[in-house]
Design a protein around this ligand. Structure first.
Ligand code: 5GP
Length: 210
């Protein structure tokens, strides 16, 4: 009888802070959560799968989709475009399921402006700069030049943490996953997300006053 409107759970961080590992673990343990697959104009990295990691497309196709208002949000990150297809998100939320996003601060601000009530945003910080660099280097998917650029960009990214609802310092993956799950469980119980409460309580009250 109580139906729930889904929520949008955004995880942002500088690359290498560990949000991808947190996202993977959450998706594995929480069946009500689905990942939003973004479109991007950047090149596919080894191991990445079309339609699972990203929808890869060229600039012209991306621009057409912008004009068609296909994206819930989009932004330029590291000289490439990234955007969230809107339609699937809307349907998932209406179906009472939650959507997990790995997007940057620009996209988070756009969603905040458009749908604040559905947004729960978490910023993930690395435990230290040295650890951030180590994680970027051991990922070994990018060239040394790209790693250096990403480190430089990280400082800028991290200045946006106050725009988020929650901050997690990722010392330990399991602890961070547990923290995000706690936030998710609590946010699901918000009064605004539970539909049919007034009828339910009315029934409870009617029955108890008989
Ligand atoms: P990467 O190229 O490492 O996969 O992602 C680079 C950055 O782009 C990450 O910080 C990621 O959060 C961000 N990103 C990925 N998809 C989207 C998207 O759809 N929208 C926005 N605004 N940022 C995205």
């Amino acid at each position: 009888m109580i139906r729930r409107r889904g929520l949008m759970l955004v995880l942002s961080s500088p690359s290498g802070a560990g949000k991808t590992s947190i996202a993977r673990a959450l998706l594995k343990q929480d069946s009500q959560l689905t990942m939003s697959v973004s479109a991007t104009t950047r090149r596919r990295r080894p191991g990445e799968v079309e339609g699972k990691d990203y929808f890869f497309m060229d600039e012209a196709a991306f621009k057409t989709k912008i004009n068609q208002r296909y994206f819930l949000e989009y932004a330029e990150v590291f000289d490439h475009h990234y955007g969230t297809p809107a339609e699937v998100v809307g349907k998932t939320l209406e179906g009472g399921h939650d959507v997990l996003f790995d997007i940057d601060w620009q996209g988070t601000q756009q969603i905040k402006a458009r749908a604040r009530q559905d947004l729960v945003s978490i910023f993930v910080l690395p435990p230290s700069t040295a650890e951030l660099e180590r994680r970027l280097l051991t990922r070994a998917q990018d060239t040394a030049e790209v790693v250096a650029r990403r480190m430089a960009k990280a400082a800028d990214e991290m200045s946006h943490y106050p725009e988020y609802d929650y901050v997690i310092i990722n010392h330990d993956l399991a602890q961070s996953v547990a923290a995000v799950q706690t936030i998710l469980d609590a946010e699901r119980l918000r009064i605004e997300r539970q539909q049919g409460l007034s009828d339910f309580v009315k029934q409870l009250r009617d029955a108890s006053s008989n």
